[in-house]
Write a protein that binds this ligand. Structure first.
Ligand code: ATP
Ligand code: MG
Length: 274
């Protein structure tokens, strides 16, 4: 059955993931995590370190198998570990959801030029991989001919992240999951990449799931925000509302912890301790 055009693109329902620790106890990394993302929408997932953000992000792309809960993309069950696990199924998920990691140095092959890297990604998914196709992808992320023939170590951090985004887009996915994708970049490069992602979303209609510990990053490019704490969702809603009128004390605490003009570290510390 084809889903209704206004049905959410991504539906995550009651996701739960626990890890067995040495000694036999279990750590709950995510519990009862539910949210939806509209076609071409953007969701920010925020929370302190260890709150379960990456666990959720990695489950979305099939790197983690949840204990329970479901992930549905465009009406199809894409819960990792559910059903057959064939190469065909993996490719089907990859065509729908792509991920960009914090450190492109780790995820890019150091031996390949940008051009070769993109050619491989295009071919893997049966897309045309001629030079004009590759150059138009590079152009979409603001990389030119010099960068096309450079290897990762010959690119700046921002350029490497642009290449990682281009590789994810090569597949023409419906959803791009970005886990701390700008965290390692300096503030001005961060702003450029965020602007680029926003443009790409408008041009291609790809939906974004943007994981960040940094509220100011999420603020700029997401419509909706979900706040996680110790594996559970404590608050979710339109980004503007969550940041301007947070309902949960933990969200207020997170907001107070962001250094900005007039910020008082002692007050933030006192509230964190309370
Ligand atoms: N493979 C694993 N085995 C055991 N525990 C794990 C494993 N992966 C993650 N955890 C634990 O699960 C919890 C959630 O981790 P997760 O990486 O999702 O947090 P996060 O919100 O992404 O944090 P950060 O902002 O530091 O990246 C943490 O307590 C973490 O120690
Ligand atoms: Mg993380």
């Amino acid at each position: 059955m084809t889903p209704a055009p206004d049905a959410p693109l991504l539906v995550v329902d009651a996701l739960r993931k626990t890890y067995r620790l040495p000694g036999g106890t279990r750590l709950t990394a995510a519990d009862q995590v539910s949210f939806t993302v509209a076609r071409g929408g953007s969701l920010g997932i925020v929370g302190e370190s260890g709150s379960g953000k990456s666990t959720v992000a990695r489950t979305l792309v099939g790197l983690i198998r949840p204990d329970s809960g479901t992930i549905t993309v465009n009406g199809a069950d894409r819960t990792p570990g559910r059903g057959r696990r064939t190469r065909r199924d993996r490719l089907a998920r990859a065509r729908e959801i792509q991920m960009v990691f914090q450190d492109p140095y780790v995820s890019l092959d150091p031996r390949l030029t940008s051009r070769q890297c993109l050619r491989i990604a295009l071919r893997l998914h049966g897309h045309p991989s001629t030079d004009p196709h590759i150059e138009s992808l590079l152009d979409q992320v603001g990389l030119g001919t010099r960068e096309a023939d450079a290897r990762p170590h010959e690119l700046s951090g921002g350029q490497r992240q642009r290449l990682a985004i281009a590789r994810a887009l090569a597949v023409d996915p419906r959803i791009l999951v970005l886990d701390e994708a700008v965290a390692a970049l300096d503030v001005s490069v961060q702003a450029q990449i965020l602007l680029l992602l926003d443009e790409i979303r408008k041009d291609t209609g790809v939906a974004l799931v943007f994981v960040s510990h940094d509220l100011s990053v999420v603020q700029h490019i997401t419509d909706e925000t979900l706040v996680m704490r110790r594996g559970t969702v404590v608050e979710q809603g339109p980004t503007g509302r969550v940041l301007s009128a947070p309902e949960h004390p933990y969200t207020r605490l997170l907001l107070d912890s962001v250094p900005r003009e007039g910020w008082d570290p002692a007050a933030a510390r006192a509230r964190a301790g309370s």
